[in-house]
Design a protein around this ligand. Structure first.
Ligand code: SF4
Length: 382
């Protein structure tokens, strides 16, 4: 079958176009240190050769910007830069990239004397002057505080934040943008994107299930969301976010291409119900990972907790302090990695920081305690 057309407007990003009837583009993100130019170029090229139409790179510092200039010279990939809290860096990175992603939930951290409208105006001007597109990337773990205050339901806050930024960009005559609305729960990704598309059918959507985790579960969660959205004509570019060691990062691209091929061929998988039983989410890892042991830790967590597979609980494993603390708040147990220790949380409460070789027994003890104390997490009876 052909995917139904999304009906969105075309947005050019480097040598490709998303929306406007263009084929759905698959993208991925480098997990190498951006300052390690050789490694990042090699990974960007590996992703491009695997079929990535866009390759994202994280930039947080001036040193990252200097490295990016050299990376631009050495790769043919269409480059996207991911700005988190340091959005003023946009001006410095824009000459070297084809798209800038900004997170509306992080704009309030710096240049506090400016309004959000002024900050968006700055980003639109920088993008326009440098022939770049923008992505408004809202994320369940980092919704702007004023939207969370105004909306009792976090889903409403997520969607309204995205809509408001579309209005801000439209109001400045800037239409070369797309939007993403991400969550680690595929069902919420489906709801958020369906509701957004109903309100703004003209805006191209970047689809993704954030922190989907290790393959194969991470691919299955993502497939659930993509099948339900792409078959409804929602989605113009996709990323499968997987927790993988660096040499295997191109598997994100092959997984995305495979999902698209299966949907086009009418091959739909049975949909596992992630609302039942133990759900382990882990971030896909990127250059911000604070310790190489992260991927191994995520695998160990999965092995260690297999005995609790029938309990309705979520365990989140995150690679760094940028997104780790916020993204673990909604999990029953969360681990986020620092350089030498792992921070273990029970929902939003920090239990403690433990060396990498000591955290797993603590996790096991906390999981046992949770299972014993909460009847709601008891095994399912089918
Ligand atoms: S949690 Fe940190 S390391 Fe993991 S993908 Fe997000 S920013 Fe990168």
């Amino acid at each position: 079958m052909q995917l139904p057309p999304s009906g969105t407007r075309p947005v050019r990003i480097g040598s490709i176009t998303i929306g406007g009837g263009a084929p759905v583009a698959v993208q991925s993100m480098c997990a190498t240190k951006t300052t390690d130019v050789d490694a990042t170029v090699a990974q960007a090229e590996a992703l491009r050769e695997a079929g990535a139409g866009l390759v994202r790179v994280a930039v947080d510092t001036e040193r990252d910007v200097m490295a990016l200039a050299e990376i631009r010279r050495q790769t043919k990939a269409n480059l996207v830069v991911d700005l988190q809290e340091n959005f003023p860096l946009a001006e410095k990175v824009a000459p070297f990239v084809d798209k800038i992603r900004y997170n509306p939930g992080h704009l309030h951290h710096v240049r506090r004397e400016e309004t959000i409208g002024q900050k968006v105006e700055f980003l639109a001007r920088v993008a326009r002057e440098n022939d770049c597109a923008l992505r408004v990337g809202v994320n369940c773990g980092s919704v702007a505080p004023d939207f969370l205050e105004r909306h009792a339901d976090p889903m409403d806050a997520l969607i309204e934040s995205a809509i408001a930024h579309c209005d801000l960009l439209d109001g400045r005559g800037f239409e070369r943008y797309c939007v993403s609305l991400k969550d680690s729960d595929p069902n919420k990704v489906v709801t958020a994107n369906r509701r957004f598309a109903a309100r703004r059918p003209d805006v191209p959507l970047h689809l993704g299930v954030t922190e989907a985790g290790l393959p194969p579960d991470g691919v299955i969660k993502t497939r659930i969301a993509f099948e339900q959205l792409l078959t409804r004509g929602i989605g113009d570019t996709i990323r499968v976010s997987l927790t993988l060691p660096n040499p295997r990062k191109p598997e994100e691209v092959s997984a995305g291409l495979q999902i698209l091929a299966d949907i086009r061929a009418g091959r739909f998988r049975s949909v596992p119900d992630f609302g039942r039983g133990l759900n382990i989410i882990s971030c896909p890892s990127c250059s911000r990972v604070e310790n190489e042991a992260f991927v191994g830790l995520a695998e160990e967590v999965k092995r260690l907790t297999a005995y609790a597979a029938e309990h309705r609980l979520t365990i989140a494993v995150m690679g760094c302090r940028v997104n780790g603390p916020g993204e673990t708040d909604d999990a029953d147990l969360g681990l986020w990695c620092g350089p030498t220790t792992v921070n273990l949380k029970r929902r939003s409460e920090l239990i403690g920081s433990f060396p990498y070789d000591a955290v797993l027994p603590r996790l096991r003890a906390e999981l046992d305690r949770l299972i014993a104390s909460e009847p709601s997490s008891s095994p399912l009876r089918v």
